[in-house]
Design a protein around this ligand. Structure first.
Ligand SMILES: *Cc1c(COP(=O)(O)O)cnc(C)c1O
Ligand code: SF4
Length: 452
């Protein structure tokens, strides 16, 4: 298909009825019509857990993704509604007691904050170690951890169309503002990029940058195009909007302008890499989501997909092979499978490394080569993105074989290393070096980097 002939089938042309966005949170969730299908216990749990962890869901997720015959066990229900098991029993009981005795809002908030601080609200040293400087000022809206890629947190993109209950950015949604990155001024980003020719990629992230209206997103993207930065090759946008609000690219009032902006990026010779977040095959099945994918691809952008591996949502190989197959058929590129981070509800969602590797391998074996662009399972940890390559026995010692897909020091990337086998390990911190070594190969350098 030649680019000149492509036009976006937005608005009336799509044949898909428009939907007005309506969201629910702790305040009004009892008004969701489908709540009648749930027991009072489940609703009380929503209130208790939703007081601690973020909770927001919208009418697309409710009407088109959740299978209410299966709720509260339905995967998309678990993904978006706070269920009892997301908190440890003692935390749940503490909050339940506070609510049952009819405590005031400030009291509930105080208890919530107390529990939140015990849930490791800023994992992998995000606060201390990744904030870059420009003209002697710390740029709180940027993160620069890996040489080629700068993360940019536009301030109006720091919320989402719905919240995932495993989200590692949860602190910013509950108003723990110390942990919120945000920056308005694109000119500082541009200044930083000029000083750092090694940076090829800017990744817009959040929250979800695609909650921004096209007109606002344009204010961030246009200056980057106009600045004519020779080093800027890729603009990436990390977004869950294809699963939580695909109307954005089909018949929302700003759909056409959004797609036009994407096209302008391609026309400027910069690759627009849309990093789509999908957790379950059902998110790929609706007409509107599929149309949205088509429309984005027609702008010249590409869509790469990523998801964490999550207990009770996608913890079996079929869910993954189905996702990858379907994504490839729709023209997307499977990119990452992540381990859930050591924060928030990890005790519920976390999956042992060995099991994760088995799920990944089983799914990977089922898809053809063009689906095997995906890498994982990967832990985004302090030193880098660490992939579990396998479990193996070497000279009588059972070990995990690991490698870094990304490293705080680029020299670390793609070098295999080994950890003692531990069937219960769910994160890098649980691992010890194998073969009698006292440290992993990167530890000394990592200490130096942290000390800078
Ligand atoms: C994952 C990630 C990136 C991008 O890594 P790629 O492997 O290039 O996709 C950049 N910065 C941070 C902090 C990340 O976690
Ligand atoms: S869409 Fe992304 S940032 Fe938003 S809640 Fe889900 S995982 Fe978190």
């Amino acid at each position: 298909m030649s680019m000149e002939n492509v036009f976006f089938e937005t608005n009336g042309l799509s044949g898909i009825p428009m939907k007005n966005y309506k969201s629910y949170s702790l305040r009004n969730f009892r008004k969701i019509p489908q709540m009648d299908l749930l027991s009072e216990d489940v609703k009380f749990a929503i209130e208790v857990v939703g007081s601690v962890l973020p909770f927001k869901v919208n009418n697309y997720v409710i009407d088109e993704l959740i299978n209410w015959d299966k709720a509260p066990d339905d995967p998309i229900f678990i993904l978006t509604f706070p269920i009892k098991e997301l908190l440890k029993p003692y935390h749940f009981n503490e909050m339940a007691d506070v609510i049952k005795r009819g405590a005031s809002r400030p009291e509930i908030k105080q208890k919530a904050d107390e529990i939140r601080l015990q849930l490791n609200p800023h994992p992998a040293g995000q606060l201390e170690h990744n904030v870059p400087e420009y003209q002697e000022e710390k740029l709180q809206g940027l993160q620069h951890k890996y040489r080629e890629t700068v993360l940019f947190f536009p301030s109006q993109g720091q919320t989402c169309h719905a919240y995932c209950s495993f989200c590692f950015r949860w602190p910013q949604f509950v108003g723990m503002n110390d942990y919120k990155f945000a920056m308005r001024e694109t000119n500082k980003l541009i200044g930083y990029l000029k000083e750092h020719p090694e940076v090829t990629d800017v990744l817009f992230t959040g929250g979800d940058p695609m909650v921004m209206k096209a007109r606002i997103l344009r204010k961030y993207i246009e200056p980057l195009l106009d600045a004519d930065l020779p080093n800027l090759k890729n603009i990436r946008i990390g977004s869950k909007s294809l699963s939580y609000w695909p109307y954005k690219y089909v018949n929302a009032p700003d759909a056409e302008d959004t797609l036009k902006l994407f096209r302008e990026v391609s026309d400027a010779g910069i690759h627009l890499a849309f990093m789509a977040h999908f957790n379950h095959p059902v998110e790929l099945k609706t007409k509107v989501a599929r149309k949205a994918v088509n429309n984005i691809l027609a702008t010249g952008a590409q869509i790469r997909t990523q998801s964490p591996l999550l207990h009770r949502i996608n913890d079996h190989a079929d869910a993954w092979s189905e996702m990858w197959e379907e994504q490839v058929a729709l023209g997307m590129i499977p990119y990452y499978m992540f381990m859930v981070r050591d924060t928030g509800a990890q005790h519920f969602y976390g999956i042992p490394l060995e099991k994760a590797w088995n799920i990944f391998r089983d799914a990977y074996q089922k898809v053809s080569g063009i689906g095997r662009t995906v890498r994982g399972p990967s832990m985004s940890a302090g030193p880098g993105k660490v992939q579990i390559l396998g479990v193996e026995e070497i000279h009588g010692e059972r070990v995990f074989v690991l490698r870094m897909i990304q490293g705080r020091d680029p020299e670390w990337v793609h070098k295999p290393f080994f950890a003692k086998y531990d069937p219960e390990a769910i994160w890098l911190d649980d691992l010890e070096p194998a073969f009698g070594q006292s440290e992993f190969f990167y530890n000394e350098k990592l200490e130096e980097i942290y000390a800078e």
